[in-house]
Design a protein around this ligand. Sequence first.
Ligand SMILES: [Zn+2]
Ligand SMILES: [Zn+2]
Length: 210
Amino acid sequence: MNIETLALGPVQANCYIVTDEKTNETAVIDCGEYTKELADRLEGKNLKYIMLTHGHYDHIFGVYDLKEAYPEAQIVIHKEEAYKLLDELPSFGHEMMPGMQKYVPADITVEDGDKIQLGEIEFNVLHTPGHSKGSVCYFAEDERTIFTGDTLFCLTVGRMDFFDGSEDEMLESITRLYNMPGDYEIYPGHNRATTMEYEKRRNRYMRRFK
Ligand SMILES: [Zn+2]
Ligand SMILES: [Zn+2]
C-alpha cells in the first residue's frame, strides 16, 4: 500500500491518495479541493474510489471536480452522511463559503462492517459517530492502517458540538478504536499522522481507559 498525503482546500484538510501497488488501483480519501497537484499525482493511476470519512465542507469541496475528471470513480460515504453532498447547510459549506459547494451524489453508501476492495487491499468500514452522525473510519487490517477523518487526531479527537455530533457517541467510538487489537498507523483528517499505540499512551480521550 502506498500512501501520499496532500493538504487541500479551505482549511488544508488531509487528502490521502492510497494505491495498491500490485494492481495500481487507487482511492482518494477525502478531497477538500481538486488541485493541479492532485491531478498530477493521480496521473497513470486507476482511480476506483473517492472515499469520504464524513460530509463536512473541508473534506468534500473537491469531490465534484474530482468526479468530473474521473467519472468511473465511485464516491463512498456513510448512509447517514450522504445527504451533505447535496446540501451546503449540514456540510457547513454555507457558513464558510456560501454558494460554493458543487453538489454531487454518492455512488455507494456504506454502514458499519461493510468492506471496500481496492486491488488486494481490503478496507473495512467502522462507523464512528460523535463528530458527525455518519462519520466513519476506514481501516485495512492486513496493512495495519486506519484513516480516522475528524474522529481521532494526534493527541485529541474531533469537535463534538455540531448539530449531529455527540460526546457520548464520540466516547463510544473512541472505545471501539481503543479496543482494536494490535497497533495501527493512523492517518487523520487534519494534522500529522500518528499510531494507535502512541494515542493509547498520550491521548487523554484514550488514556481514560487505563
Ligand atoms: Zn469535520
Ligand atoms: Zn475536518
